[in-house]
Design a binder for this molecule. Structure first.
Ligand code: AMP
Length: 257
């Protein structure tokens, strides 16, 4: 646990000035990009970053360009005070930029990947990964980390970020962190809080069915029978990935096969 004071940078200019300063010279920098509403999943990324680096930079930015559903963007929780309290245990610096600052071009420039983006999440959320890759590239350029930490919970996002880093020769390592789950197996997500008690009880069947079904088709059928609307279940590269909706809340998960 850290004891020195964490610095919160509310503007990109303030952050850039700090990044050029003596505190960062010669330091190994770990970076954890998030949209806030921090939970134990984010905490695991921060904790790992803290053990592997001298400074840990956390960004909190609800990225509007990755929301294909405006209602979802509006409903996204923004508990900044609680986030900063959690961040204080691990992060030396927190960047909380305003959307206008990160998108001075009104999102005219963007990163588009033309392979994996068309499948799985991308097929159900048009434009989502353009928004993700664009904001990640901007943040990586601003932070210039030695290591960046991403969760396996968002498996497709992790593959695309890795691909972008490789393709554009971005310096720094992309580190994958295992999915953190509740005791009953449900992957931690800020969206879980939107479920009723009954919806939350049903949600526990999602990872269980993904894990226990003999193939993806059987898993999809079992999920429908259990009351989920199924966007997809597919097996890829030794993992089973799925997205379902329950009570209008969209949940994604993936498990090793
Ligand atoms: P988000 O704030 O949802 O954009 O997530 C920020 C980072 O935390 C991403 O790299 C996610 O994959 C990761 N993350 C979110 N939930 C979990 C979880 N339950 N376990 C591990 N990593 C997670």
């Amino acid at each position: 646990m850290r004891t020195d004071a964490m610095v919160v940078h509310h503007s990109i200019a303030a952050w850039q000035e700090a990044r050029r300063g003596a505190d960062f010279a010669g330091s190994r920098i770990g970076f954890v990009p998030t949209m806030g509403a921090l939970h134990a999943g984010h905490r695991a990324l921060l904790d790992r970053a803290w053990t592997e680096n001298d400074r840990v930079v956390l960004s909190i930015f609800v990225n509007p360009t990755q929301f294909n559903d405006p209602a979802d963007l509006q409903k996204y929780p923004r508990p900044l005070e609680a986030d900063l309290a959690l961040a204080g245990e691990f992060a030396t610096d927190v960047i909380v930029p305003a959307a206008g600052e990160l998108y001075p071009d009104d999102y005219c420039f963007r990163v588009t990947e033309h392979g994996l983006t068309g499948e799985l999440e991308g097929a159900h959320r048009p434009g989502h990964f353009d928004g993700v890759l664009t904001v990640v590239l901007k943040l990586l350029n601003l932070v210039q980390p030695h290591r960046s930490y991403f969760g396996e919970k968002d498996w497709q996002q992790l593959q695309l970020v890795r691909g972008m880093a490789r393709t554009f020769f971005l310096p720094g390592e992309i580190v994958a962190c295992p999915t953190v789950r509740e005791d009953d197996g449900v992957a931690l997500s800020s969206r879980n809080a939107r479920l009723s008690a009954a919806g939350r009880a049903r949600a526990r069947m999602f990872p269980k069915i993904l894990r226990e079904s003999p193939d993806a088709r059987v898993a999809a059928a079992a999920l429908r029978e259990t009351g989920f609307q199924v966007d997809y279940v597919e097996d890829r590269a030794g993992r089973r990935l799925g997205a379902v909706r329950v009570e209008n809340v969209r949940l994604i998960d993936n498990v090793p096969l």
